[in-house]
Write a protein that binds this ligand. Sequence first.
Ligand SMILES: Nc1ncnc2[nH]cnc12
Ligand SMILES: [Zn+2]
Length: 346
Amino acid sequence: MERLPPIPAERLPELLRRMPKAELHIHIEGSLEPELMFEMAQRNRVALPYASVDDLRRAYDFSNLQSFLDIYYAGAGVLITERDFFDMAWAYLQKARADHVLHTEIFFDPQTHTARGVSMETVVNGLHRACEQARAQLGVNASLILCFLRHLSEEDAFQTLEQAMPFRDRFIGVGLDSSEVGHPPEKFAKVFARCRELGLHLVAHAGEEGPPAYVWTALDVLKVERIDHGVQSSKDPALMKRLAQDRIPLTVCPLSNLKLCVFPRLQDHNLGQLLDAGLVATVNSDDPAYFGGYMNDNFLRTFEATGLTAAHAHRLAVNSFEASFIGAAEKRKYRDQVDAVFAEFA
Ligand SMILES: Nc1ncnc2[nH]cnc12
Ligand SMILES: [Zn+2]
């Protein structure tokens, strides 16, 4: 689309819902809704320290990343069988389809499960089966990215990689997540170098709460292809220039940033600033069951709060496919689909 046709402001919300999009930053364990968590707790006879779904939801009042992670890891304790991993991923993929997410690259945290005695095979096979079914039944293209927990050691990450090697064809890349401050990317230099040799795609959370220096080392030491979050980059003009020039995507998660107090109010979010500086920013849900919204909620609430326009919406939809790990021909196909929907709304 050479020039975006004018789109009436009142049609913007429906356009945001309907436009084809890719999701590149979703932790599957963060999509586990309280209702399903209680169901799994019951069928697996796992005790939850909450009396009811409402009681649990009331605990979702976070002051920072760590206050969320403590509850998130406890919640993941109900996941025991392959069926649990399948059910969790299938529930997410159906929501993705409803939000016109046509492609999704899903993070999973194997160490959270293997540390409790759940096998890598159980985790990967359950998630993989849901991805296969999504392609066949929903037309949603889904792949998996294995994340290392950065509060654990690099040696633990190496062991996890070793355990995952029999399933190498079932994940496309590796990421780095969990408690950021105090665990800089360079702590994982060797394991990321090994993953690079193995031909895995590389991403890392950086600049969510941590400083711009962590974004620099994610790029220069880990050699990641995308930065997850990266919103703190706007504090460093030289970094902004580097991200724009090298077209390094940022997978931004506005409702997550709001719930974890990265920005005091949604209207203070810097998504518009990142886009207007020419960065390949995208919108994503992060942990939708905990942060009050899936993809379309993130788009609708952020646009309403910040006054972003249809031109920003088009850029975000195009960026989401450009930033994905699909081939060039598929990227062109999705971009044509984006343009077709925008033409309908003109
Ligand atoms: N927002 C987030 N930051 C770091 N690690 C996470 N794990 C799940 N969600 C996360
Ligand atoms: Zn995340």
